[in-house]
Design a protein around this ligand. Structure first.
Ligand SMILES: [Zn+2]
Length: 299
C-alpha cells in the first residue's frame, strides 16, 4: 500500500504494504532498531516541537508532521523530517481542534515547502497532564490520520514527557520511537576516505615525522656548534683581557735588614787621649804661613 492510499477500517501497522517504499539504510540512529515498522524522528523536528510546546503552556498547541516511508534491512520505517505549526487551531486548556483555517494554512505550507513529502501524523501538547490520547485526540486520529502507518505525538512541556502513538488493532497505541541525529554540524563530521588514501596518508605522515626528527637533530647539532664557538670566543677574549689588564707584578719589597748588633770589632776606634803634658809638635810650614798671614791682616 502506498502513502497516498487510504484505509479507514481498523488501521494497523500489520497492514502496511511497503514494497514501493524506497530502500534507505539508517545512520546516526539513537535507539535500537527492531525488525518491524518503527517511527524515527529527526532530532531537529523534536527540537521544533519542544520550542513550539514551551512557547505556550497554558493551553494546548498542535501541528502536523511531515515525512517519508522508507525501508531498510529491518523492515519499513516512517521518518519524521519536518513539522508545520497548526496556527489558527482552536484550543482550550485541555483540548485542541484543527479548524478549516488551520488546514488551509497547513496545506499552503505543504505546497510551498514540502511538495514531495507526505503528512504522516500530527502532534499536540498536554501541558502538565501527561501522555495519553483523549477521546477528542482519538477522534482526530480516526478522521484525519487513519492510514496504518500514520501516527500521533504528544508532548508535555511542563512534565517533560512525550510519547508516540501508532495504529495497533484499530487503536492508536503508545510505541517507542527512535531519533536520527540530523543536527550535528557539518564541521564535526569526519570525512570518509578510502583505505588506500588512509594508507598513503599514514605513510606520508610517517615520512614527515622522520624528516621532522632529522631536522630537529640537525638543529640541535647546529645549536651545540654555535654554543661551542661562543664558548671558545669568550674564553679567548677573557684570556686576552686578563693578560692585558692584569697589573705588573711589583718587585719584591726589600725589607730593611735588621741591623745586627755591632760587633766589638766594628766599633769606631776610641780616640786617643791627648796628653797635654807632652810638647806640641812644631807647626808645619803651611801652618806657619797661615799664621803669618793672619798676623799681617790684624796689623
Ligand atoms: Zn490531547
Amino acid at each position: 500500500m502506498g502513502l497516498t492510499e487510504t484505509e479507514t477500517i481498523d488501521p494497523d501497522i500489520a497492514a502496511i504494504h511497503c514494497d514501493d517504499w524506497p530502500l534507505r539504510p539508517l545512520t546516526k540512529l539513537i535507539g535500537t532498531r527492531e525488525n518491524r515498522f518503527q517511527v524515527i524522528f529527526h532530532q531537529s523536528v523534536l527540537d521544533e516541537i519542544h520550542i513550539h510546546g514551551q512557547s505556550t503552556t497554558d493551553i494546548e498547541i498542535c501541528g502536523v508532521l511531515i515525512g517519508t516511508g522508507y525501508r531498510d534491512a529491518q523492515g519499513p520505517y516512517l521518518l519524521i523530517e519536518h513539522c508545520i505549526r497548526g496556527n489558527g487551531a482552536r484550543t482550550k486548556a485541555t483540548n485542541v481542534t484543527f479548524t478549516a483555517e488551520t488546514w488551509a494554512n497547513i496545506q499552503t505550507v505543504m505546497d510551498r515547502d514540502f511538495p514531495d513529502k507526505k503528512m504522516v501524523g500530527w502532534y499536540h501538547t498536554h501541558p502538565g497532564f501527561g501522555i495519553f490520547l483523549s477521546d477528542m485526540d482519538v477522534f482526530i486520529c480516526d478522521n484525519f490520520f487513519n492510514l496504518p502507518w500514520q501516527m500521533a505525538f504528544v508532548y508535555d512541556p511542563l512534565g517533560g514527557d512525550e510519547g508516540n502513538f501508532i495504529w495497533k488493532s484499530g487503536k492508536p497505541q503508545r510505541d517507542p520511537y527512535l531519533i536520527q541525529d540530523d543536527v550535528t554540524p557539518k564541521s564535526a563530521e569526519i570525512p570518509l576516505i578510502s583505505v588506500a588514501d588512509a594508507v598513503n596518508s599514514h605513510n606520508q605522515l610517517a615520512t614527515d615525522e622522520k624528516i621532522l626528527e632529522l631536522l630537529i637533530r640537525v638543529r640541535r647539532l647546529e645549536t651545540r656548534q654555535k654554543q661551542l664557538v661562543s664558548a671558545v670566543v669568550f674564553l679567548t677574549a677573557f684570556v686576552i683581557m686578563w693578560i692585558w689588564f692584569s697589573p705588573v707584578p711589583a718587585p719584591p719589597v726589600m725589607k730593611p735588614a735588621t741591623q745586627p748588633a755591632m760587633q766589638p770589632a766594628m766599633q769606631a776606634p776610641i780616640p786617643k787621649q791627648i796628653d797635654h803634658t807632652q810638647p806640641v809638635a812644631a807647626p808645619t810650614d803651611w801652618l806657619k804661613a797661615s799664621l803669618n798671614n793672619a798676623n799681617r791682616n790684624r796689623q
